[in-house]
Design a binder for this molecule. Structure first.
Ligand code: ZN
Length: 132
């Protein structure tokens, strides 16, 4: 099994207009996608081998809307790309880490993703993602 790589850093924003600061830095949007199941509109900007994922909530029920209410805009999660997401989830669960998704769900780019509970990551929300 290969080592996970940092696929992207998720940043919660009230509006994708927030992309402006990154465009001012010379980055460009590669991909925009609404992920209904996660209640977010996303914009991806590549930065070398990794990416930024801006997350705008699609409605008040979105977990990102709740995050914004509680903590304001800012870094929301880290996403590690793995090559066998089920294996990782099973091992993490066995080791007693709290998972939000015990089985992968559909994420942006058609990836299969799962979130660990922030308590498992010392306050950092961790996402695992496997490319299809
Ligand atoms: Zn993400």
């Amino acid at each position: 099994m290969s080592k996970p790589v940092l696929d992207h850093i998720g940043i919660a924003v009230r509006s994708l207009e927030a992309v402006k600061i990154y465009e001012a830095l010379g980055l460009t949007i590669d991909h925009v996608e609404t992920v209904e199941t996660q209640g977010v509109k996303t914009a991806f900007l590549s930065v070398g081998d990794s990416n930024l994922e801006l997350l705008e909530p699609t409605g008040p029920q979105s977990s990102v809307a709740k995050f914004l209410e509680k903590r304001g805009e800012g870094i929301h999660h880290l996403c590690f790309r793995v090559d066998n997401i089920e294996e990782h989830l099973a091992r993490l669960k066995e080791q007693g880490y709290r998972l939000i998704n015990e089985a992968p769900v559909r994420g942006a780019h058609g990836c299969r993703v799962a979130f660990l509970h922030p308590a498992a990551g010392n306050g950092v929300l961790i996402e695992l993602s496997e490319k299809q």
